[in-house]
Design a protein around this ligand. Sequence first.
Ligand SMILES: [Zn+2]
Length: 355
Amino acid sequence: MKVFYSEKHLHHVQGEVYEKGTWRAGRDVPERVACLLNAACRLGFDPVEVRELQQAPAASVHTSQYMTFLETAYAAWGRVDATGERVIPSSFPIRQKAASYPDSIVGRAGYHLQDQLSPIGEHTWTAALAAASVAWSAAAHLVKTKEPTYALCRPSGHHASSDKAGGATYLNNAAIAAQCLRQRYSRVALLDIDVHHGNGSQEIFYQRSDVLFISIHRDPADYFPYFSGYACEQGEGDGLGFTVNLPLPAGSDDTTFTSALEEAISQINAFQPGALVVSLGFDGYREDPAGGFDLSSDAFYQAGQQIRSLGLPVVFVQEGGYALEYLGDLLTCFFNGYGFRDIYGCRDSRGAAHG
Ligand SMILES: [Zn+2]
């Protein structure tokens, strides 16, 4: 399998973020990519560095106004007195259906950044554009060859809607991959197994019937992103019935997760897509600082097997996963389950081997 990646993420620094009334270190550190890429190479994956940055893939799911904002925000921010080093919003158009678009970069930051977890630094736009190009390249490879591919994206993408960043994500890599697959396949499924709801992906496809969005995540009633990911959200207009949310209780274990994924697999089978995008998050792991689920590495092995059972051409797009010490093993377990073997087997936090 080819693993697409870019070195351009390295200078993107999430830095400190503001959450629950306090500043804390952001979890999206560059070392995540090294952990995952090393594990992919041990599995025998063929690394492909994407060097050319293209705007067209991102433009397939994002507004030009939003992309211009992301591209120019950092420079504009620096021209305003009394602003810090990174673009971090402090004023939001909360629940205003027809919010006007301000001239001020401070206002625009609140318009396009839905939280204070997603600062824009000097290199954020380049990194986001590179991640989008990675996702598009992986999907284009599948379109050409039908071979499964792995897009090792950083920053992740699934919280980004057509015109808003959030949850440390800026351009929606998985949606971009799905949009690319639509060139060849009339129906595409997007399965999101990150512990957080993929609210951006949902919003992008909410009114469409050609992309089934299905997400398993911790119940947002008391968890990020709070405002979406509820079972009652099922799409609207042409898209009614093509969004499926399977929220699970805090601390859900392997059995609960695996049976929710079985339900998702059966709904994907019923949809009869030509291809699949998987938003692959490892932050449901029990040692992950995201603290959402209580999954062992075996759940990811099982998930690989379950997704394999669909027999679909698939693009795996990297989303969250922040337990650096375990990330490589989790990737290995997942792809062992999917059918790739390495010489190490896989281990969970208690040291038990699987596969
Ligand atoms: Zn996540």
